[in-house]
Design a protein around this ligand. Structure first.
Ligand code: 5CA
Ligand code: ZN
Length: 478
């Protein structure tokens, strides 16, 4: 990378920090010449691989993975009225095959309901086919008009996990919604990212859903980031696409459905929530490189140290760690800086004195320093990595706790937002009051029925009309 580009901006200048760390740590290259499309560097892609492997492992417990086409014929896409209304301004259309206009225009999927559900109509025949739970991880295209940002608001979403389930009854679909929320929590626990679950107001639900449950986290600048959504689709799509099944009594019934999605925003959250002034901080579970060995070869015992470091690397690699040895001809300090910037959780330093005393010096990305006995290195490293994961999770939890503030009036709400907090306020649920909150503060009513371990949920008088209100999240969203 370009060594003359000055220093990484401090993290409290979050936008600058975020844009900078993406290229410095080689996560994304933003120089691709189409707006809203970005390139994964190999290092970023390795992080993505580990993150999505975890997601797959969770889904594979009770879903099956499949793959549907990218192109959706216009007639199918246009079938569900609310869905079209929600997406019509964002769809890219393929209109030509070579120089000839196509008979049927083809949409690049912005999401895949209308690609998947005509097939579900063929696949679902009887109650014995239900529940059906399928996911795919694909790219989707949305011509976003708000400011595009790498990993956050893309026109080509490259890592869209979408799960689509079919159930006999509305209640069974609702139970599935709960299990998807639980799965999302577990996924984000693994990334040490605290989440806030709430029900989006009706005007902000997914086009074609009965209701939408959103999963948000809070970025360092106090802006919320929606990092997942679970939708109860009721029978909107099953009516439109004729997804029916024969029940135990031989009667035809309409199925109920859910869908649920996570994009590479999960990686934006990973980067944004955990990093610090020195760069990325990656939880060991998803770090592309978990351990870097830096041999300290200054002095006479050069070969001795290198041989010993190679032995260490071999042992740790065999134990299943993702380990790298850095033998480049650089000052140790420059190497430390390099790997810290890239978020490697643990650095192992090995010099002549360590070899003599039978120790390896372990330095964590969070700044801790502990000697580990060379003879018990695997256990020792496991112990230190577990401590790092805990510390990363605790720091993130504290950040989100500190970002949330209860507010009982519009003035308190405004003050909270000015302090770059996300507020929890009592709101009656009426659109008019929601609009007033939005207009007075220019923030968004994000959701009700807030579920989070981090906040007291104030029930009380709606801050606009005084009627009984429920705990509602209000913040500035990405
Ligand atoms: N079909 C449903 C569920 S798969 C669906 O499309 N839901 S969605 O529109 O809410 O998208 C799912 C998630 O993708 C969102 O919660 C958000 O985290 C992410 N997402 C949506 N649009 C973008 C975008 N332009 N760039 C990056 N991520 C996005
Ligand atoms: Zn009200």
């Amino acid at each position: 990378m370009d060594d003359d580009a000055g220093a990484l901006p401090p993290k409290d200048q979050f936008s600058e920090w975020y844009n900078d760390i993406l290229w410095r740590a080689e996560i994304m290259d933003v120089r691709y010449p189409v707006k809203g499309l970005y390139v994964w560097y190999p290092y970023g892609f390795a992080v993505r691989k580990h993150v999505y492997q975890r997601l797959r492992d969770l889904l594979d417990r009770d879903h099956e993975e499949a793959l549907f086409p990218l192109l959706i014929p216009e007639q199918e896409f246009m079938k569900e009225a609310e869905h079209i209304k929600g997406f019509q301004d964002e769809v890219y259309w393929v209109t030509h095959g070579g120089t000839k206009p196509l008979d049927v225009k083809l949409a690049l999927r912005p999401t895949s309901e209308t690609a998947i559900y005509p097939m579900y109509a063929l696949w679902v025949r009887s109650h014995a086919d239900l529940p059906l739970k399928i996911y795919q991880i694909v790219n989707t295209f949305r011509h976003e008009t708000k400011q595009t940002r790498p990993l956050i608001r893309l026109r080509e979403i490259t890592s869209f996990m979408e799960s689509h389930t079919v159930h006999a009854t509305w209640d069974e679909a609702e139970a599935q919604v709960e299990s998807e929320i639980a799965l999302t929590r577990e996924f984000y626990d693994g990334l040490c990212i605290p989440v806030i679950i709430s029900k989006r107001p009706d005007w902000d639900k997914f086009p074609g859903a009965d209701y939408t449950i959103a999963v948000d986290t809070v970025m360092p600048n106090g802006r919320t980031l929606q990092i997942g959504t679970v939708h109860h689709l009721g029978t909107h799509f099953s009516k439109t696409f004729a997804i029916n099944y024969e029940d135990v009594n031989g009667q035809q019934q309409l199925a109920s459905q859910t869908c649920y999605g996570i994009s590479e925003r999960c990686i934006a959250a990973l980067i944004g929530v955990h990093g610090d002034d020195r760069g990325l901080i990656l939880p060991p579970a998803v770090a592309a490189i978990q351990l870097v060995i830096v041999p300290i070869t200054i002095g006479k015992r050069h070969d001795d140290v290198l041989a010993s470091a190679a032995g260490l690397k071999k042992e740790l690699g065999a134990a299943g760690f993702r380990v790298r040895m850095d033998t480049r001809d650089m000052r140790p300090g420059a190497k430390y800086y390099w790997w810290e910037l890239r978020g490697v959780p643990l650095r192992l330093e090995l010099g002549p004195r360590d070899i003599d005393t039978g120790k390896v010096m372990a330095v964590t990305r969070l700044g801790g320093k502990v000697p580990i006995d060379r003879t018990g290195i695997v256990d020792g490293v496991n112990r230190v990595l577990a401590g790092i994961s805990q510390a990363i999770a605790a720091k993130a939890k504290e950040h989100v706790e500190n970002s949330l503030r209860p507010a009982g009036s519009i003035d308190e709400l405004t003050a909270a937002l000015n302090d770059r907090k996300v507020a929890v306020v009592p709101w009656c649920g009426d659109r008019a009051c929601g609009d007033t909150i939005g207009e007075t503060t220019t923030a968004s009513v994000l959701g009700t029925g807030v579920r989070s371990a981090y906040i007291p949920a104030p029930e009380g008088a709606c801050i606009i009309c005084g009627k009984p209100g429920k705990a509602t999240l209000v913040g500035r969203a990405y």
